[in-house]
Design a protein around this ligand. Structure first.
Ligand SMILES: *[C@@H]1O[C@H](CO)[C@@H](O)[C@H](O)[C@H]1NC(C)=O
Ligand SMILES: *[C@@H]1O[C@H](CO)[C@@H](O)[C@H](O)[C@H]1NC(C)=O
Ligand SMILES: *[C@@H]1O[C@H](CO)[C@@H](O)[C@H](O)[C@H]1NC(C)=O
Ligand SMILES: *[C@@H]1O[C@H](CO)[C@@H](O)[C@H](O)[C@H]1NC(C)=O
Length: 405
């Protein structure tokens, strides 16, 4: 507990956040990464008064980011709200900031006792002082409501997290609507897909059909054998069922009594379940420890953020600067997997690299185009021709704002 109270003291005194992650999650050393506070930007009195950022875990420009879910996200509603006192699962989101809602998401829900699939039933209380947020590592202690506690720790690579809730019984769910959830107990896997796309409401009807096969696919693999498994459809449990197609579906696994710790790795894909499984094996192979994944993700942030060193800045200045810098490197997100990507513009899988989630509108939240254009050649791929003019326009805009304010 001493580390946790040290974290609180540091937060309330406004000192460095450097020691907030446990030592094994603070490697490599990076003063810049230590000053990122992912909770900044989540506040606000109204949904539209909020910075719209969420404390998610993933490398820069990640296809999927993982976040503790306190709310059902929708258009202009983020999945995490810092005022909440219950966590309803851990969501693989494709939206690092408030946006036109979610698409193809997957949620992993730990729990004990009876399996609860409905969002409003499955919230577990947590207290703020057990929560650690950072770009590469998240942890929280959840109160199971029956005298038990679950410690959930999580880290992520671009297309999959590693989320080991050490608990006797766990419930992974796909997120509802037209999802198929076949589970394969022998492989300790639950796989499925989710075709939900909340920005459907603004897609012009003339092109709405283009993305008709859009789906977020997932493959969740556990390191403990399943004692029981089944699916839940619209709140009704169907034990022992391995395959089901329809809407409002979740799948669950229960682990043998006495299981103290379960590691789950979730691979995601926009192409297929098979590709999700390949992504999982490629990025977090069997046996890779949570610490290794977190270290890789932290190193990716350090490589970007340490490019700018501040002289004469106070601890508070550093926190503001590096958090803002961190926010500029969330969008766009990479879309290609195994050298291919699904495009919702023509409903096909193409060869090559691709990024998506560009927005001038939301530039101030999760993206700053001039930074990308001048510093990060790795993201320029899908916009060669527009790039120079676009960067000049942004610089000109910044100049005008500075000039007239
Ligand atoms: C977060 O929750 C508070 C309290 O319910 C609410 O006032 C606020 O609007 C919410 N913020 C966002 C961004 O939804
Ligand atoms: C912001 O949200 C509040 C409450 O939902 C609403 O009354 C207000 O009109 C909104 N403002 C803007 C500029 O959209
Ligand atoms: C938890 O701590 C954060 C950061 O200090 C704060 O913004 C938030 O309001 C707190 N939440 C609750 C429920 O007290
Ligand atoms: C789910 O169940 C509720 C009642 O519990 C019912 O009102 C609703 O229509 C059902 N939804 C679907 C899609 O079957």
């Amino acid at each position: 507990m001493s580390k946790i109270s040290a974290f609180l003291v540091l937060l309330s005194s406004g000192l460095s956040l450097a020691s907030k992650c446990p030592p094994s999650f603070s490697i490599p050393k990076s003063d810049a990464v230590d000053h990122v506070n992912p909770l900044i930007g989540n506040g606000g009195d109204t949904p539209n008064g909020s910075g719209g950022m969420i404390p998610s875990t993933a490398p820069p420009f990640a296809m999927t980011r993982w976040v503790a879910q306190t709310h059902q996200n929708y258009v202009s509603v983020t999945p995490y709200n810092h005022t909440a006192s219950t966590i309803h699962g851990f969501q693989g989101t494709h939206q690092p900031a408030i946006w036109m809602g979610e698409s193809g998401q997957v949620v992993v829900v730990p729990g004990t006792g009876s399996v609860k699939s409905k969002f409003e039933d499955r919230g577990l209380r947590f207290s703020n002082d057990t929560q650690i947020t950072s770009p590469s590592y998240y942890r929280v202690e959840l109160d199971t409501g029956d005298g038990g506690r679950i410690l959930a720790e999580q880290s992520a690579t671009s297309r999959r997290p590693r989320d080991p809730p050490p608990l006797p019984i766990s419930l992974p769910t796909s997120h509802i609507r037209s999802a198929a959830s076949p589970s394969t107990p022998a492989r300790r896997e639950i796989t499925g897909s989710n075709s939900e796309r909340q920005d459907w409401i603004i897609t012009p009807t003339s092109i709405a059909q283009n993305a008709r096969n859009f789906k977020g696919y997932f493959c969740a693999r556990f390191d403990a054998p399943f004692a029981k498994f089944g699916v839940i459809q619209n709140g009704s449990e169907i034990p022992g069922t391995q395959t089901r197609t329809g809407s409002l579906l979740s799948a669950y696994a229960r682990f043998p009594a006495g299981t103290r710790k379960v590691n789950v790795r979730v691979g995601v894909s926009f192409i297929s379940v098979d590709q999700a499984r390949k992504n999982l094996d490629a990025e977090i192979a069997n046996g890779v420890a949570l610490e290794q994944t977190a270290r890789r993700t932290r190193a990716a942030w350090a490589e970007k953020l340490d490019r700018i060193q501040l002289e004469g800045a106070s601890e508070a200045d550093k926190e503001v600067f590096y958090t803002a810098f961190f926010h500029t490197l969330q969008y766009p997100y990479e879309q290609d997997e195994g050298g291919r990507y699904y495009s919702g513009y023509d409903n096909r899988v193409h060869q090559g690299k691709s990024y998506t989630g560009y927005s001038i509108w939301d530039t101030f939240r999760g993206e700053t185009n001039p930074f990308h254009d001048y510093e990060y050649e790795d993201v320029e791929i899908s916009r060669h021709s527009a790039r120079p003019a676009h960067a000049k326009a942004c610089v000109a805009k910044a100049y005008c704002v500075a000039h007239f304010v």
